[in-house]
Design a protein around this ligand. Structure first.
Ligand SMILES: [Fe+2]
Length: 480
């Protein structure tokens, strides 16, 4: 076990300092040897400024989204970054940050809170599909960002096909076989009988970028649902009873409290697994024992069963309470991998996997919707700073250790070639180096994960390692 000293913990707090954007592309210095066969572009998104223009973010989720781009070609890495040009960001740059209401941050004045939805920080995922780069978050709708220079092109409505009040979750899933993108949004609307209901809207975006609605499922509570999975037949949701309390939400709407604080874990509501047929038809809903989770890894069909892999947590308070101390204590995420097996008979079996405290599960995306052997995760708490590789065939895990003053983000697997075996490739890991107060891109050999990084590209400054990102083989030519 690695014990983080107070000094190391203090070093890690540097990642929450506001990051400078680098809109002009720079070539990064590299230590080690960048694999020549590794070619493509890594896009990532994450909050990187919590304090512009008088805004004083009370939670990491209220930071402005910084889109970053690493272009890897011919053994070199080019980098640029740019904040998403949201109304929130513009207001901050005009010096009006104190008038912004975030998810967990209230504006200074009562009148700037009352009746206001939380400002969209566009800070959670960078997704590439149908020649579009989208910046996504829970609190808003998609923003389209230029694939080359990262300038914000504007809101993406999919040519007007995304309904005006629908959300579009930050975790769409792309079917590697069909090229379709699937996603969902939770709409909140008062019903005719004056009860507040939520609709779980499910969307399909075809490989050319056309959106259509697959289903709209009424729900009896306002769920906080962040992620889901796909299989060849289904969209797979596990609706944990993390829900918005209508009374607290109504008070928050009146400016009494932050909107994010109206959500809580209510196990007495139970948990629902919802299987939405991709081909249309009635969804299947299966009740099971409740638990807390945020992120899904993958799902697949195993004969008549559906298997869903995700990361469980002991409680929801790490998001609602502990994360608010991000300016004085590094945020720790102590989840563990778990598997749900949903049988045709409607039973749900939950299996936990031993692992260091972890989060941000990923897999070889050629296996999205089909059985995968390996899950990659980031571990960054006071006991462990590592990338974890979970082998589901042997129920074992292997680690790539970082020093305790480093915080690695979500690992993204890139295969060595189109036909390479699962795990034959690299893990791209953006990590914050607290000792040097800078951010770095580490290239790991996935199959030999314990070994030192093959290459480390050093950024000109720092930013929070980000929440989520995507790798594409597309390469933008150098600008000079
Ligand atoms: Fe997420």
């Amino acid at each position: 076990m690695t014990v983080t000293s107070n000094d190391q913990a203090a070093d890690l707090l540097g990642m929450y300092r506001a990051a400078k954007e680098h809109p002009d592309e720079v070539e990064l210095p590299i230590t080690g040897s960048m694999p020549q066969e590794l070619r493509g572009t890594l896009y990532r998104n994450g909050p990187a400024d919590w304090e512009s223009g008088g805004f004083n973010g009370a939670h990491p989720f209220d930071g402005d989204g910084l889109m970053v781009k690493f272009t890897i070609n011919d053994g070199a890495v080019r980098f640029r970054s740019r904040y998403v040009d949201t109304p929130k960001r513009r207001k901050e740059l005009r010096g009006q940050g104190a008038r912004i209401r975030g998810v967990y941050t209230n504006a200074r004045s009562f009148r700037d809170n009352i009746g206001r939805p939380p400002a969209d920080a566009a800070n959670t995922h960078a997704v590439v599909h149908a020649d579009r780069l989208l910046a996504l978050s829970d609190a808003g709708r998609p923003w389209q960002v230029d694939l080359d220079d990262l300038s914000t092109l504007g809101p993406c409505t999919f040519n007007g096909q995304l309904p005006p009040f629908s959300r579009f979750s930050p975790h769409p899933r792309i079917d590697p076989v069909t090229g379709e993108l699937f996603n969902f949004g939770l709409d909140v609307a008062p019903s005719l009988d004056n009860r507040t209901v939520t609709s779980l809207r499910c969307f399909r975006v075809d490989p050319t970028g056309r959106l259509s609605q697959l289903a709209s499922i009424p729900l009896d509570h306002i769920y906080i649902q962040h992620d889901f999975a796909i299989t060849p037949q289904f969209l797979v949701f596990a609706l944990a009873p993390i829900t918005v309390d209508p009374v607290a939400a109504a008070l928050a709407a009146l400016g009494k409290g932050a909107l994010g604080d109206s959500a809580d874990y209510r196990p007495q509501l139970g948990m629902k697994v919802v299987l939405v047929p991709r081909a249309g038809g009635k969804p299947r809903i299966i009740e099971c024992d409740p638990f807390v989770y945020i992120h899904v890894d993958n799902a697949y069909e195993d004969r008549d069963d559906v298997v869903l892999d995700l990361v469980r947590h002991e409680s929801f308070s790490f998001l609602t309470q502990a994360a608010k101390r991000f300016r004085t204590e590094p945020v720790t995420v102590a989840g563990w991998p778990a598997r749900l097996r949903i049988s045709a008979a409607g039973t749900v079996t939950i299996t936990d996997y031993p692992s260091p405290a972890t989060e941000f599960p990923t897999h070889d995306e050629r296996r999205t919707g089909s059985q995968h052997r390996y899950t990659y995760l980031a571990s960054a708490d006071q006991d462990s700073s590592a990338i974890v590789k979970l082998d589901r065939q042997t129920d074992t895990h292997r680690l790539h250790h970082f020093s305790p003053d480093m915080a690695p983000g979500e690992p993204i697997f890139v295969p060595r070639a189109h036909n390479a075996a699962e795990d034959d490739g690299w893990l791209l890991v953006v990590a914050y180096n607290g000792a040097e107060h800078r951010t770095e891109l580490h290239i790991l050999d996935a199959a030999a994960i314990e070994k030192p990084a093959q290459a480390i590209a050093v950024l000109p400054g720092h930013h929070f390692p980000g929440f989520h990102g995507s790798f594409t083989e597309r390469i933008t030519p150098a600008t000079r």
